[in-house]
Design a protein around this ligand. Structure first.
Ligand code: ADP
Ligand code: TMP
Ligand code: MG
Ligand code: ZN
Length: 184
């Protein structure tokens, strides 16, 4: 049978990496063979671990692009996990489709929107193929409501690809996002 594709999206701090780690634990507890990947670009804490903002971590294989994934598989993995998909290239879509067609479950996590409110294309593509899309929310940094759907950049610099954490980004709800952008 073919596998399932689960895509976990949401703003920063919404628990995407934590949720990915919970799914990894389910396969690990069941002694299922898995592989975990992360783009090398995300070197925030460590190059060979995926790390959540609450400091849980799991060992991962760092990759530069999606073409590196299939050659690193042994073939008998039950599931493949990929964090920070927004940093990978659009052909990740074909790689993931091939993996689910060949019977593997695939779990992907990443940002749906940049801090400029633009969708990350690779995430949108994977959401289209997903059996399940899990949309996570964060606590809004401005109003405290559990409605945070977008990341807001608190430092001035334009790059839509810009690795960082609390020193650069907050998570906010749509209302607070609009207010913050009006003020500028
Ligand atoms: P993501 O991968 O989506 O950035 P993580 O799984 O790494 O999320 O981190 C989620 C953790 O971040 C939460 O469990 C919580 O401890 C912490 N956290 C920090 N700021 C917030 C916030 N504004 N809303 C929710 N959780 C937050
Ligand atoms: P996180 O979702 O696990 O918190 O990590 C998101 C990463 O993406 C973090 O390194 C910051 C980066 N980022 C961008 O490069 N561009 C953006 O627009 C946003 C919001 C985050
Ligand atoms: Mg994360
Ligand atoms: Zn708010």
């Amino acid at each position: 049978a073919t596998g399932n594709l689960v895509v976990i999206v949401g703003p920063m701090y919404s628990g995407k990496t934590s949720e990915l780690i919970s799914f990894i634990e389910i396969y690990t507890l069941g002694k299922k063979k898995i592989k975990v990947f992360k783009p090398l670009l995300d070197n925030r804490y460590n190059e060979t671990y995926i790390v959540s903002h609450s400091n849980t971590s799991v060992k991962a294989i760092p990759i530069n692009n999606s073409a590196e994934i299939l050659p690193k598989l042994d073939g008998d993995e039950k599931a493949v996990f990929i964090d920070e998909i927004q940093f990978l290239d659009e052909p990740l879509r074909e790689v993931v489709v091939e993996m689910i067609n060949s019977g593997k479950d695939v779990y992907c996590a990443g940002l749906d929107l940049s801090y400029k409110n633009n969708p990350f294309k690779v995430t949108s593509l994977l959401m289209a193929h997903a059996d399940t899309v899990i949309k996570k929310k964060a606590v809004c940094h401005e109003c405290g409501e559990y409605r945070g759907t977008i990341s807001y950049k608190i430092v001035e610099n334009g790059g839509e690809i810009d690795v960082g954490g609390f020193e650069k980004y907050i998570a906010v709800c749509r209302d607070c996002y609009l207010k913050l952008n009006e003020k500028k």
